[in-house]
Design a protein around this ligand. Structure first.
Ligand SMILES: Cc1ncc(C[n+]2csc(CCOP(=O)(O)OP(=O)(O)O)c2C)c(N)n1
Ligand SMILES: [Mg+2]
Length: 430
């Protein structure tokens, strides 16, 4: 049984069913599409579900909506322990403070190229990644700083990478869009949309191969692939859903549906905007969850990660979220409706978690303030460290560019061809 986080689910349900809270009128007609949480457009579905699809066996699709209604009376009712609450809060604060600092540093000319910030989407990264083990893998997009931080890559290493410094997690060669850390199993940010999905699928295949073919019984590693709504119209997404379902790979496809792909509205560009439905089409569960609520995300993540670890296969999770800044720091963000932005700003996932933690008496204001102070200092320290760090040496320029740098980058005398003044003049004999 899957997604039993909601007590509503007692038995396998037909494909394409979405479970909602008992007071939700849509429950009586599970095949009716619900409006997206905050979209300003009316969602119209143009296709219907065939009878044969309805009859097909499992997988179950759920939206865990129990939390809103839950009355918290004793500690046993709480959705997370104090320790977990503080950990998640700290991670979300770190993500927000780090990104705000990036904006400042970018406008001061400390960073190069495009920089895409994650403000507003923190509940997705923290809700999923804080549940992982170190050996589990994360594959990101160009909006990758916060995924790397959640997975444990030190703020110093991420900031230095953004500054293009040698102490960065890719020794300054990756920059904002290419966070990577073998040690933390962060398998990359990727600038081309959809590019990370096959890499994540490959990582999940490797885990399954190690467990089932190489007989490493303790290899129960899981891979999370993060990507956006706009990416879901790319071919790699469909190819990888197919392969992951076919081979029952331990992967979770986490769609961060922030309703926009640069300046293109998701509802304008996608024939059926409910992305979660594409899971059941490939024989895996699809889940739609409020991505502004870290507790809901966490609940869904627990189920999906548990399934993958137990060898029950992949899950597609659509987290409906919102970015609080423009697409990148070069985007004036003039296309989105101010009313839409305001509606989501009022649903800030950090404010919501704070409210929950305080109202449930899990923590007090002073404890949260202490975390905020600690994170401010940590981010300040990351900036100082990055600023003072050395730039990469020129000899590093062609490393990790060619599989065999001697084939091109290094001359017969062992020197780098790029160091020959004629190289930049275009007159070198290569
Ligand atoms: C293969 C490819 N095509 C086009 C682009 C240009 N591009 C950059 S970001 C983007 C939109 C992606 O939107 P989404 O997947 O929703 O992610 P978000 O930025 O909202 O996180 C596009 C089309 C690209 N990077 N790669
Ligand atoms: Mg998007």
């Amino acid at each position: 049984m899957a997604f039993s986080g909601s007590k509503i689910i007692q038995q396998p349900l037909p494909l394409h069913t979405t479970i909602r809270s008992p007071d939700n009128p849509l429950l009586s007609d599970p095949f009716t599409a619900a409006p997206f949480l905050g979209s300003t457009r009316t969602l119209r579905l143009t296709h219907s579900i065939s009878a044969s699809q309805r009859r097909s066996a499992s997988p179950i699709v759920a939206v865990s909506d129990v939390f809103k209604e839950k009355k918290l009376k004793s500690n046993t009712d709480l959705l997370l322990t104090k320790e977990e609450g503080l950990q998640v809060y700290e991670d979300m604060i770190l993500g927000r403070a780090f990104e705000d600092m990036c904006a400042q540093m970018y406008y001061r000319g400390k960073m190069f190229g495009f920089v895409h910030l994650y403000n507003g989407q923190e509940a997705v990264s923290s809700g999923f990644i804080k549940l992982l083990k170190k050996e589990d893998s994360v594959v990101s997009t160009y909006r990758d700083h916060v995924h790397a931080l959640s997975k444990g890559v030190p703020a110093r290493a991420v900031m230095s990478e953004l500054f293009g410094k040698k102490t960065g997690c890719c020794r300054g060669q990756g920059g904002s869009m290419h966070m990577f850390s073998a040690e933390h199993n962060v398998l990359g940010g990727f600038a081309f949309i959809g590019e990370g999905i096959p890499v994540a699928t490959g990582a999940a295949f490797a885990s399954k191969y190690r467990r089932e073919v190489l007989k490493e019984a303790d290899c129960d590693h899981v891979t999370l692939a993060f990507f956006g709504d706009g990416t879901c119209n790319n071919g790699q997404f469909f190819e990888c859903l197919n392969m992951a379902a076919l081979w029952k790979l331990p992967i979770i496809f986490v769609v961060e549906n922030n309703l926009w792909a640069i300046g293109m509205s998701h509802l304008r560009s996608t024939s059926d905007p409910e992305i979660w439905k594409k899971g059941p089409a490939f024989g895996m569960p699809g889940v739609h969850v409020d991505g502004m609520d870290v507790l809901k995300v966490r609940e869904v993540a627990k189920e999906a990660i548990g399934r993958a670890r137990r060898g029950e296969g992949p899950t597609l999770v659509e987290c409906e979220t919102y970015r609080f800044r423009g697409h990148s720091l070069a985007d004036p963000d003039e296309l989105r409706d101010p009313a839409e932005k305001a509606r989501y700003a009022a649903r800030d996932p950090i404010t919501a978690l704070k409210k929950y933690l305080i109202e449930s008496k899990l923590v007090n204001e002073a404890e949260l303030k202490a975390i905020e102070k600690k994170i401010d200092e940590l981010v300040e320290d990351a900036v100082e460290f990055a600023d003072e760090s050395p730039a990469p040496s020129r000899s590093q320029l062609l490393e990790n560019v060619f599989a065999d740098p001697r084939g091109f980058g290094i001359g017969p005398d062992g020197s780098y061809r790029c160091e020959d003044p004629k190289f930049t003049q275009g007159t070198a004999q290569v």
